[in-house]
Design a protein around this ligand. Structure first.
Ligand SMILES: NC(=O)c1ccc[n+]([C@@H]2O[C@H](COP(=O)([O-])OP(=O)(O)OC[C@H]3O[C@@H](n4cnc5c(N)ncnc54)[C@H](OP(=O)(O)O)[C@@H]3O)[C@@H](O)[C@H]2O)c1
Length: 231
Protein backbone atom coordinates (compact mmCIF):
# COMPACT_ATOMS: atom_id res chain seq x y z
CA UNK A 1 0.00 0.00 0.00
CA UNK A 2 1.40 3.37 -0.85
CA UNK A 3 -0.42 6.09 0.97
CA UNK A 4 1.34 9.41 1.07
CA UNK A 5 2.01 10.46 4.61
CA UNK A 6 -0.03 13.59 5.03
CA UNK A 7 -0.29 15.92 7.95
CA UNK A 8 -3.71 15.43 9.36
CA UNK A 9 -5.35 18.74 10.09
CA UNK A 10 -7.91 17.89 12.72
CA UNK A 11 -10.32 20.65 12.03
CA UNK A 12 -13.98 21.17 12.50
CA UNK A 13 -15.45 21.62 9.06
CA UNK A 14 -17.39 24.79 9.51
CA UNK A 15 -18.32 25.37 5.89
CA UNK A 16 -20.93 22.64 6.01
CA UNK A 17 -23.14 21.07 8.60
CA UNK A 18 -21.89 17.60 9.32
CA UNK A 19 -21.59 15.42 12.42
CA UNK A 20 -18.72 15.71 14.90
CA UNK A 21 -16.40 12.90 13.78
CA UNK A 22 -14.34 10.65 16.02
CA UNK A 23 -12.09 8.08 14.40
CA UNK A 24 -11.14 5.09 16.51
CA UNK A 25 -8.81 2.25 15.62
CA UNK A 26 -7.01 -0.64 17.30
CA UNK A 27 -3.80 -2.13 16.06
CA UNK A 28 -0.49 -3.64 17.01
CA UNK A 29 3.07 -2.78 16.17
CA UNK A 30 3.99 -5.39 13.57
CA UNK A 31 7.46 -5.72 15.12
CA UNK A 32 6.03 -7.21 18.34
CA UNK A 33 7.48 -10.65 19.01
CA UNK A 34 4.14 -12.41 19.08
CA UNK A 35 1.92 -10.68 16.53
CA UNK A 36 -1.81 -11.30 16.82
CA UNK A 37 -4.13 -11.65 13.88
CA UNK A 38 -4.96 -8.16 12.72
CA UNK A 39 -8.58 -7.71 13.60
CA UNK A 40 -9.89 -5.43 16.28
CA UNK A 41 -11.35 -8.30 18.32
CA UNK A 42 -7.90 -9.73 18.90
CA UNK A 43 -5.99 -6.48 19.11
CA UNK A 44 -8.04 -4.68 21.75
CA UNK A 45 -7.67 -5.65 25.40
CA UNK A 46 -10.42 -5.62 28.03
CA UNK A 47 -9.71 -2.04 29.07
CA UNK A 48 -9.82 -0.90 25.47
CA UNK A 49 -13.11 -2.64 24.78
CA UNK A 50 -14.60 -0.92 27.80
CA UNK A 51 -13.30 2.43 26.50
CA UNK A 52 -14.78 1.74 23.05
CA UNK A 53 -18.18 0.80 24.44
CA UNK A 54 -18.21 3.93 26.61
CA UNK A 55 -17.48 5.90 23.47
CA UNK A 56 -20.22 4.16 21.52
CA UNK A 57 -22.71 5.09 24.18
CA UNK A 58 -21.84 8.76 23.76
CA UNK A 59 -22.15 8.94 19.99
CA UNK A 60 -25.31 9.21 17.93
CA UNK A 61 -24.01 6.78 15.34
CA UNK A 62 -21.25 4.25 14.66
CA UNK A 63 -19.86 3.80 11.17
CA UNK A 64 -17.91 1.05 9.45
CA UNK A 65 -16.84 0.41 5.87
CA UNK A 66 -18.56 -2.09 3.63
CA UNK A 67 -15.79 -4.64 3.85
CA UNK A 68 -15.73 -4.55 7.64
CA UNK A 69 -19.50 -4.96 7.66
CA UNK A 70 -19.35 -7.98 5.37
CA UNK A 71 -16.26 -9.64 6.84
CA UNK A 72 -16.77 -9.06 10.57
CA UNK A 73 -20.56 -8.73 10.74
CA UNK A 74 -20.17 -6.31 13.66
CA UNK A 75 -23.16 -5.64 15.91
CA UNK A 76 -22.14 -2.01 16.51
CA UNK A 77 -23.94 -1.99 19.83
CA UNK A 78 -23.12 -0.86 23.35
CA UNK A 79 -23.00 -3.98 25.46
CA UNK A 80 -23.39 -4.43 29.20
CA UNK A 81 -20.68 -7.09 29.40
CA UNK A 82 -18.15 -4.55 28.14
CA UNK A 83 -19.44 -1.58 30.12
CA UNK A 84 -20.02 -3.41 33.40
CA UNK A 85 -23.52 -1.91 33.56
CA UNK A 86 -26.59 -1.55 31.39
CA UNK A 87 -26.11 0.85 28.45
CA UNK A 88 -27.96 4.14 28.67
CA UNK A 89 -28.57 4.26 24.92
CA UNK A 90 -27.68 2.64 21.62
CA UNK A 91 -26.23 4.46 18.60
CA UNK A 92 -27.69 4.10 15.13
CA UNK A 93 -25.62 2.18 12.57
CA UNK A 94 -23.96 3.65 9.49
CA UNK A 95 -22.48 1.45 6.79
CA UNK A 96 -20.32 3.11 4.15
CA UNK A 97 -21.08 0.39 1.62
CA UNK A 98 -19.80 2.07 -1.53
CA UNK A 99 -20.38 -0.47 -4.28
CA UNK A 100 -20.20 -3.41 -1.87
CA UNK A 101 -23.46 -5.38 -1.62
CA UNK A 102 -24.34 -5.51 2.08
CA UNK A 103 -26.83 -7.73 3.83
CA UNK A 104 -28.62 -5.78 6.55
CA UNK A 105 -30.31 -7.76 9.27
CA UNK A 106 -33.15 -6.14 11.20
CA UNK A 107 -32.03 -4.34 14.34
CA UNK A 108 -33.64 -2.35 17.08
CA UNK A 109 -31.93 0.80 15.81
CA UNK A 110 -31.97 2.62 12.51
CA UNK A 111 -29.37 1.66 9.89
CA UNK A 112 -28.06 4.10 7.28
CA UNK A 113 -26.55 2.45 4.23
CA UNK A 114 -24.41 4.79 2.14
CA UNK A 115 -23.79 3.51 -1.34
CA UNK A 116 -23.17 4.32 -4.95
CA UNK A 117 -24.81 1.75 -7.12
CA UNK A 118 -24.44 -1.25 -4.85
CA UNK A 119 -27.45 -2.74 -3.16
CA UNK A 120 -28.45 -3.99 0.20
CA UNK A 121 -30.72 -6.84 1.04
CA UNK A 122 -32.40 -8.63 3.89
CA UNK A 123 -34.33 -5.58 5.05
CA UNK A 124 -37.59 -6.94 6.33
CA UNK A 125 -37.89 -3.79 8.42
CA UNK A 126 -37.44 -1.32 5.58
CA UNK A 127 -38.51 1.64 7.72
CA UNK A 128 -35.47 1.05 9.94
CA UNK A 129 -33.06 1.16 7.00
CA UNK A 130 -32.30 4.37 5.16
CA UNK A 131 -30.37 4.37 1.91
CA UNK A 132 -28.23 7.46 1.27
CA UNK A 133 -26.39 8.22 -1.98
CA UNK A 134 -22.66 8.85 -2.37
CA UNK A 135 -20.62 9.87 -5.42
CA UNK A 136 -17.44 7.83 -5.53
CA UNK A 137 -15.85 8.08 -2.09
CA UNK A 138 -16.77 11.72 -1.55
CA UNK A 139 -17.87 11.98 2.08
CA UNK A 140 -19.44 15.44 1.99
CA UNK A 141 -22.85 14.49 0.64
CA UNK A 142 -23.43 11.49 2.96
CA UNK A 143 -22.16 13.37 6.03
CA UNK A 144 -24.49 16.27 5.31
CA UNK A 145 -27.34 13.81 4.80
CA UNK A 146 -26.59 12.10 8.11
CA UNK A 147 -26.66 15.49 9.82
CA UNK A 148 -30.06 16.20 8.28
CA UNK A 149 -31.25 12.85 9.67
CA UNK A 150 -30.27 13.98 13.16
CA UNK A 151 -26.83 12.39 13.46
CA UNK A 152 -24.78 15.03 15.26
CA UNK A 153 -21.86 12.83 16.29
CA UNK A 154 -20.30 9.86 14.50
CA UNK A 155 -17.81 7.30 15.78
CA UNK A 156 -15.98 5.78 12.81
CA UNK A 157 -14.54 2.37 13.62
CA UNK A 158 -12.85 1.34 10.37
CA UNK A 159 -11.49 -0.41 8.42
CA UNK A 160 -8.40 1.22 7.07
CA UNK A 161 -9.78 2.01 3.59
CA UNK A 162 -12.64 4.03 5.02
CA UNK A 163 -10.42 5.72 7.60
CA UNK A 164 -7.95 6.80 4.93
CA UNK A 165 -10.82 8.50 3.13
CA UNK A 166 -11.84 10.39 6.26
CA UNK A 167 -8.26 11.55 6.80
CA UNK A 168 -7.62 12.48 3.18
CA UNK A 169 -10.82 14.51 3.02
CA UNK A 170 -10.17 16.24 6.35
CA UNK A 171 -13.13 14.79 8.25
CA UNK A 172 -11.69 13.98 11.65
CA UNK A 173 -12.30 15.99 14.80
CA UNK A 174 -10.82 13.46 17.21
CA UNK A 175 -8.68 10.39 16.61
CA UNK A 176 -7.99 7.66 19.17
CA UNK A 177 -5.80 4.67 18.45
CA UNK A 178 -5.11 1.80 20.81
CA UNK A 179 -1.76 0.22 19.94
CA UNK A 180 -0.16 -2.90 21.31
CA UNK A 181 3.51 -2.04 21.20
CA UNK A 182 6.66 -2.35 23.25
CA UNK A 183 7.14 1.40 23.70
CA UNK A 184 5.28 4.63 23.20
CA UNK A 185 7.63 5.60 20.36
CA UNK A 186 6.96 2.40 18.46
CA UNK A 187 3.23 2.81 19.10
CA UNK A 188 3.24 6.30 17.57
CA UNK A 189 5.39 5.21 14.66
CA UNK A 190 3.21 2.19 13.94
CA UNK A 191 -0.04 4.16 14.12
CA UNK A 192 1.19 6.90 11.79
CA UNK A 193 2.41 4.33 9.29
CA UNK A 194 -0.78 2.28 9.46
CA UNK A 195 -3.14 5.22 9.13
CA UNK A 196 -1.01 7.18 6.66
CA UNK A 197 -1.10 10.36 8.73
CA UNK A 198 1.01 12.34 11.13
CA UNK A 199 -0.64 14.15 14.01
CA UNK A 200 0.45 17.60 15.04
CA UNK A 201 -1.04 17.36 18.53
CA UNK A 202 -0.67 13.72 19.46
CA UNK A 203 -0.93 12.71 23.13
CA UNK A 204 0.03 9.20 24.21
CA UNK A 205 0.09 7.19 27.40
CA UNK A 206 0.24 3.58 28.56
CA UNK A 207 -3.23 2.08 28.59
CA UNK A 208 -4.40 -1.48 29.26
CA UNK A 209 -2.10 -3.89 27.45
CA UNK A 210 -0.71 -1.20 25.16
CA UNK A 211 -0.80 2.52 24.53
CA UNK A 212 -3.60 4.93 23.80
CA UNK A 213 -2.90 7.72 21.34
CA UNK A 214 -5.24 10.66 21.02
CA UNK A 215 -5.29 13.67 18.73
CA UNK A 216 -7.81 16.41 18.21
CA UNK A 217 -10.38 18.11 20.32
CA UNK A 218 -12.01 15.47 22.52
CA UNK A 219 -13.39 18.09 24.83
CA UNK A 220 -15.12 19.91 21.99
CA UNK A 221 -17.71 17.15 22.10
CA UNK A 222 -17.89 17.15 25.86
CA UNK A 223 -16.00 13.87 25.92
CA UNK A 224 -14.63 13.03 29.31
CA UNK A 225 -13.00 9.96 27.81
CA UNK A 226 -9.79 11.84 27.12
CA UNK A 227 -6.48 10.36 28.07
CA UNK A 228 -6.65 11.70 31.60
CA UNK A 229 -9.70 9.50 32.23
CA UNK A 230 -8.56 6.47 30.27
CA UNK A 231 -6.10 5.01 32.73
N1 LIG B 1 -8.31 -2.74 13.89
C1 LIG B 1 -9.46 -2.11 13.86
O1 LIG B 1 -9.72 -1.23 14.70
C2 LIG B 1 -10.46 -2.46 12.79
C3 LIG B 1 -11.69 -1.83 12.78
C4 LIG B 1 -12.58 -2.16 11.77
C5 LIG B 1 -12.23 -3.11 10.82
N2 LIG B 1 -11.04 -3.72 10.88
C6 LIG B 1 -10.65 -4.72 9.89
O2 LIG B 1 -10.51 -4.05 8.64
C7 LIG B 1 -10.74 -4.97 7.60
C8 LIG B 1 -11.58 -4.31 6.54
O3 LIG B 1 -10.98 -3.06 6.21
P1 LIG B 1 -10.88 -2.59 4.71
O4 LIG B 1 -9.95 -1.45 4.67
O5 LIG B 1 -10.57 -3.78 3.85
O6 LIG B 1 -12.35 -2.19 4.35
P2 LIG B 1 -13.37 -1.09 4.94
O7 LIG B 1 -12.67 0.18 5.18
O8 LIG B 1 -14.14 -1.70 6.06
O9 LIG B 1 -14.36 -0.97 3.74
C9 LIG B 1 -13.85 -0.50 2.51
C10 LIG B 1 -14.97 -0.35 1.52
O10 LIG B 1 -15.90 0.62 1.95
C11 LIG B 1 -16.48 1.21 0.83
N3 LIG B 1 -16.57 2.66 1.02
C12 LIG B 1 -17.71 3.37 1.09
N4 LIG B 1 -17.46 4.64 1.25
C13 LIG B 1 -16.13 4.78 1.25
C14 LIG B 1 -15.29 5.91 1.35
N5 LIG B 1 -15.77 7.14 1.47
N6 LIG B 1 -13.96 5.70 1.30
C15 LIG B 1 -13.45 4.46 1.19
N7 LIG B 1 -14.21 3.35 1.07
C16 LIG B 1 -15.55 3.52 1.11
C17 LIG B 1 -15.57 0.92 -0.36
O11 LIG B 1 -16.31 0.16 -1.30
P3 LIG B 1 -16.10 0.43 -2.88
O12 LIG B 1 -14.63 0.53 -3.11
O13 LIG B 1 -16.75 -0.73 -3.49
O14 LIG B 1 -16.79 1.72 -3.16
C18 LIG B 1 -14.44 0.13 0.21
O15 LIG B 1 -14.05 -0.96 -0.57
C19 LIG B 1 -11.43 -6.16 8.23
O16 LIG B 1 -10.54 -7.25 8.19
C20 LIG B 1 -11.70 -5.75 9.65
O17 LIG B 1 -11.56 -6.81 10.57
C21 LIG B 1 -10.13 -3.41 11.85
Amino acid sequence: MSYACITCCLILVTAMLCPFIHINFAMQDATLLQPLSLDAGNVSCGADWQRVHRLRERYDAIAVGGRTWNLDQPRLTVRAERLGREPKRQPVRVIFAGSQPCAIQPASVQTFVIGNGGFFEGCDHASDTVSLPMQGHDLRQPLQALYRHGVRSLLVEGGRTLLHSFFRQGFADVVTVFVRASSVDSAVQAACAELGVTFADLRAKPFGEGFLLEAGRAHAHGLREGLEQAS
